[in-house]
Structures are given as structure tokens and as C-alpha cells.
Design a protein around this ligand. Structure first.
Ligand code: TIH
Ligand code: FE2
Length: 352
């Protein structure tokens, strides 16, 4: 039986909160921004910079006006923003080549080839959206090559959303992306997500089918989840998609547990791949990196204004996927959600 409730009202039959039932409902989630512009932290480098704050307000308004299905507004970035981007791009590309996982690097090459990624240009979200859908290239008069990607989409957002609204997007293969650039005073670490984080950290892996599937499954598990389960899912998201690492080691054998972090691990988490400071901290120092085990991970605190105190690794995405599935299978919801890719909606079925 189909259940539907208005946003904000509790569902009388299930006792759970409203959640988006179709990709169009994400317009509602996107508007519930926790803070932006005037809400910047007092110790944020942009706080005292009036010009920066005004620019942020402009990005905020643009994102709040956006509706699903529209082309994403192209941004004309300022000289100062492009300079910040260039400084970060050069530094990160060097580090990526040493520490990023293979799927990330392969797809990053494609972004450079097809989406205007370069140290002199900040790419546009609309171009990445088209790329993620798949593209064809002519090989001759009667021949063309179609390269399917994952159908992941991005849409602009004004700032932080609640974990519930943010993860709901993933259920529909939609990723909420900021379009503003971090303040130039601190290019190698920012406490808030900015477009450099999205573009340099997240975009490449959304072109990988296994990673896209993993991301969507976190999203689907989050729809209508209890507060307690939602917090666990947000933490699993954080220590995989944002801060995850992988290792080819036969890590079950304690013999192999030696060797320095930079020899043992490849990085896939976007929060590390977009921050030169934290990436070096994680792999070039002696940071704590432990096996990704969901029951352990959900105990870990997500730190949002400093480097993490521990990171987690799996052998590959498949292992992360399997562990996530085992974990979410044990979560109790009074209904089942089934994603319909043709209508981009979820069907809600009574679980009784
Ligand atoms: N700290 C990251 C960076 O400097 O690029 C941005 C964020 C990652 C996760 C949350 S905010
Ligand atoms: Fe992120």
C-alpha cells in the first residue's frame, strides 16, 4: 500500500518522518539549508571578509532558486577564485598521483578530457552532469563509441543540509553540490564543503558504477530510517565516501600490518582527496587507520572542523558494499522501499 505524507508531518501509519518519494521531492530537501552566508562560523576565514560574504549570499540565492530538471547555472568565477583553484589543483594533482585509488585516477583523466578540468579553469557542474550520464564520440562516418557512466546527477545547494536530507538525494543518484569557492586564506583545508571539495574530491568516483551503487544504497537505507539508524548511516557515509581508504594488503594476516601508511593505502574518500593538508596528515604521517567494520565505525565521532582522529579502510568497494548491506539488513523499518529507475521514484510497501 502506498503511503504519502506532507513534508514536516509525521506519518501516522509508520511513525516515521516524511521523506522524498520522487526525485522532484528533492526540491523540498534542497531548501532546508542549515546555514549559509550570514551563518558562517566565527572562526571561518571568510567571516570578516565582507566581499566574500556577499559573494556567498549570491551563491546561496542561486541554489535556492534551482529546481530539478533545470540546467545548472554556469558560474563566472572571479580572478581570485580561479587563482585559489589553481593553487589547490596543482598541489592536489601531485598528491593524487601518489595516493588516490585507481578508479579515481582513471575517471579524473576523463574529467580533464571531457569536462574542462584544468588548473586554469573551474569546471561547471552542468558539464559534469552530462558526462556522468554517458556520452558518445564519433569514431568515423558509421561508427561511434558510447561510453555509459552511472547516471549520477549533481544539483546546486546553498550549504549544509541535515544528514537526512543530504542522504535522501543519494537514493535518487543525486548529489547536492556547493558552487562557491573556499576563502583564499586557507586553500588546503576548509571545514565546510565548497566547490573545490565537490569537484576535486567527489566527482571522479561518481563515474564508477560500483561506487555509484554503494552511494545509492546508503541513500535508500536512509529513507524513513529512525533517528538512531540515520545517525549510524551518516557516520558510515562519512568514514567511507568522505574519508575512506583502501588497501590491497592481505590485511587479515597480522604479518602484513606493517609498513607505513603511504605504502599500504590508497585513498578514495573525497574529504581527503580535496584537502592537501588532511591527505598528507592521513597517509604521510602516522594517523590511525583501522579496518572498516560498521559496528566499530558507527562508534566513531565525525569531526567537522578538524582532521579526523581515525580513518577506516576496506580492501575495495565490493567489501565496503557487502559490509554495508549486512549492516543495513539488520536495520528495522516498518516498510520496504523499492527504487524505480524508470520513474525515478520510490515505492513504499508495507512490511507485514
Ligand atoms: N575538509 C575538506 C577540504 O578541505 O577540502 C572539505 C570537507 C570534507 C568533508 C566535510 S567538509
Ligand atoms: Fe563531501
Amino acid at each position: 500500500k502506498e503511503q504519502y505524507t506532507e513534508p514536516g508531518s509525521d506519518d501516522a501509519t509508520t511513525g516515521s518522518e516524511w521523506f522524498p518519494k520522487s526525485i522532484y521531492d528533492l526540491d523540498i530537501c534542497a531548501k532546508r539549508v542549515i546555514m549559509y552566508g550570514a551563518g558562517l562560523d566565527a572562526d571561518h576565514p571568510g567571516f570578516k571578509d565582507k566581499e566574500y560574504r556577499e559573494r556567498r549570499m549570491m551563491f546561496g540565492e542561486l541554489a535556492l532558486q534551482y529546481k530539478h530538471g533545470e540546467p545548472i547555472p554556469r558560474i563566472e568565477y572571479t580572478d581570485s577564485e580561479r587563482k585559489t583553484w589553481g593553487v589547490i589543483y596543482r598541489k592536489l594533482r601531485e598528491l593524487h598521483k601518489k595516493y588516490a585509488c585507481k578508479q579515481f585516477l582513471d575517471n579524473f583523466d576523463l574529467l580533464e578530457r571531457h569536462c574542462g578540468y584544468s588548473e586554469n579553469n573551474i569546471p561547471q557542474l552542468e558539464d559534469i552532469c552530462k558526462f556522468l550520464k554517458g556520452f558518445s564520440r564519433s569514431l568515423g562516418p558509421n561508427e561511434s563509441l558510447f561510453s555509459a557512466k552511472t547516471g549520477f546527477r549533481v544539483r546546486p545547494v546553498a550549504g549544509y543540509l541535515s544528514a537526512r536530507d543530504f542522504l535522501a538525494g543519494l537514493a535518487y543518484r543525486v548529489f547536492f553540490c556547493t558552487q562557491y569557492v573556499r576563502h583564499h586564506a586557507d586553500p588546503f583545508y576548509t571545514p565546510e564543503p565548497d566547490t573545490v571539495h565537490e569537484l576535486m574530491g567527489h566527482m571522479a568516483l561518481f563515474a564508477d558504477p560500483d561506487f555509484a551503487q554503494f552511494s545509492q544504497e546508503i541513500g535508500l537505507a536512509s529513507l524513513g530510517a529512525s533517528e538512531e539508524d540515520l545517525k549510524k548511516l551518516a557516520t558510515l557515509y562519512f568514514f567511507s565516501i568522505e574519508f575512506g581508504l583502501s588497501s590491497d594488503d592481505a590485511a587479515d594476516s597480522p604479518m602484513k600490518e606493517h609498513g607505513s601508511n603511504n605504502e599500504r593505502f590508497k585513498v578514495y574518500g573525497a574529504g581527503l582527496l580535496s584537502s592537501a593538508g588532511e591527505l598528507q596528515h592521513a597517509v604521510e604521517g602516522s594517523a590511525t587507520i583501522i579496518r572498516f567494520d560498521p559496528d566499530r565505525v558507527v562508534e566513531q565521532e565525525c569531526l567537522i572542523t578538524t582532521f579526523q582522529s581515525a580513518y577506516f579502510y576496506t580492501r575495495n568497494f565490493e567489501e565496503a558494499q557487502q559490509k554495508l548491506r549486512m549492516f543495513t539488513n539488520n536495520m528495522k523499518r516498518p516498510f520496504i522501499v523499492r527504487y524505480n529507475p524508470y520513474t525515478e521514484s520510490v515505492e513504499v510497501l508495507n512490511n507485514s
